[in-house]
Write a protein that binds this ligand. Sequence first.
Ligand code: F6R
Length: 618
Amino acid sequence: MCGIVGYVGPRPSQEILLSGLARLEYRGYDSAGIAVIDGQGDLGMRKRAGKLSVLRDDLASHPLADGTTGIGHTRWATHGGPTDENAHPHLADDDKLAVIHNGIIENFAELKAELESAGYAFRSQTDTEVAAVLLGREYAASGDLVDAFRATVTRLEGAFTLLAMHRDQPGLVVGARRNSPLVIGLGEGENFLGSDVAAFVEHTRHALAIGQDQIVAITPEGVEVTDFHGAVVEVEPFEVTWDAAAADKGGWRSFMAKEVAEEPEAVANTLLGRIRNGVVEIPELDGLDDLFAGITRMVVIAAGTAAYASDGHVGKYAIEQWTRVPVEVELAHEFRYRDPVLTPETLVISISQSGETMDTLMAVKYAREHGAKTLSICNTQGATIPRESDAIVYTHAGPEVAVASTKAFVAQITALYLLGLHIARIRGALSPSEISQSVRELEAIPAKIRKVLDTETEHIAQLSHWMADTRSVLFLGRHVGYPIALEGALKLKEITYIHAEGFAAGELKHGPIALIEPGQPVFVIVPSPRESALLHAKVVSNIEEIRARGARVIAIAEEGDVAVLPKADEVLRIPLAGPLFEPLLAVVPLHLFAMGLAEAKGLDVDQPRNLAKSVTVE
Ligand code: F6R
């Protein structure tokens, strides 16, 4: 939540900041602002409520003097509503100092009271301005921005990434992080800071990931990282593996449309380099067999799409079946606060596209502190959650910009499956031929997703158009179809703002069937009749039950399943796949449907209201 960018170098910084913010806008889009130290050594600042385009238009009509040192921010409001005043940057020290912030400063009220009683005044309702004023006071005392910054951040509690610059020290931007993301981009005679690499990837792919409770000072000539006590620390360099074009819309009408279309590649790229002669070997896990050998239990933790809406559950069914190790799935924010039983034999697997979700990060730290082993599945290099984990398996979905997660979701299931097969091999729970059969299924998935996209996109667009005025949609599934029903409902709520709920089809008669009234649309994920005749028959009976009460049934069924034809009003087809692999196909029509309905309603599919992509506050 909140996107942050900083620049020092020889070039005018405004456009660099604005294009960095455009790439970070998915992190928050209720207001935006920049501050620049101009050629005269003056600090100029502009900030506006609304999307980044409002700021851009304002700067176009009332230009700000440009300069080569600058910071920029795109906001998702926590303290104080989305107004011009509450937007960042916040100024202090007679407007010579500018500060931007991501996170929540938990002790801001007491700090504010202290500063107010010392005579300082505030212009906003934000916790950020408190940090700015505190920093201004420290700067007035020391005259050195890095020293003042250190004295300030050590007084802050909570989660924060802070960036600051001072008119009297042009060519310097300082940053600090605690439980909130910050990465460094290394250029030639110029350097960058960003919430993630998207902020600067069009300028450099050389990056440094800084650790918790560290401070970075960037100048055109170099970068220095110290801890909160001033000791210099070595930081890990890494190369960004994708280029700026990957995070562009590239001619698509929306990022979501592009990212749904990229689902086949997201799976294919996640498999790449991890399968050798039909055997799963994940290079990142080389030498880590001990991590898996003695475990007696696995707990998958995540939030939102990555958990509640299903990956965790889909993964549970597969990993438990393959490894014969019990797997539990839990929402990260519930897990963290309920005193879970954790032992050195517990492997806690976290799943996060961004690698920054605060709920998940806190749960991972908690698990480690309480003796469990931790492994993270993550899509973002340099992110915090992998750095806090004992092991990491990256998904290679490429940058996901639309707030609603789509391609990352299929990549996460793919990575979980690879992990399950990897653990099953190490523990000898599956024979080589069983493993290679699952590997063949996985390898066939990208082409099958492509087929769903090729054959159903138009059909679903029409369906969405007809359903544009629908006020409620239900989703039903059994076994691995159940979490897909949850995902279908979440995606619909998130981007169309209509009532949507997913149920295990078996639950229907225990309550939810009361919701069915004539014309109620219900998506039903129908299991394969070849692979699971029993489950198929049960779901067909569920369809009969809701049809008898007037439901309008849209079935997602495999090719050749003729039994559903007379029972459903619409049938969306998916290619044949083994039961554990069907979710990777069945979810695609649901992503297309949510997007189609949002478009039919004229909504912004990439930036739905009230949301931000990376939830970096608890
Ligand atoms: C839904 C969605 C969210 C995220 C959740 C976790 O479409 O995108 O529910 O899945 O906020 O985010 P990550 O995976 O970044 O931890």
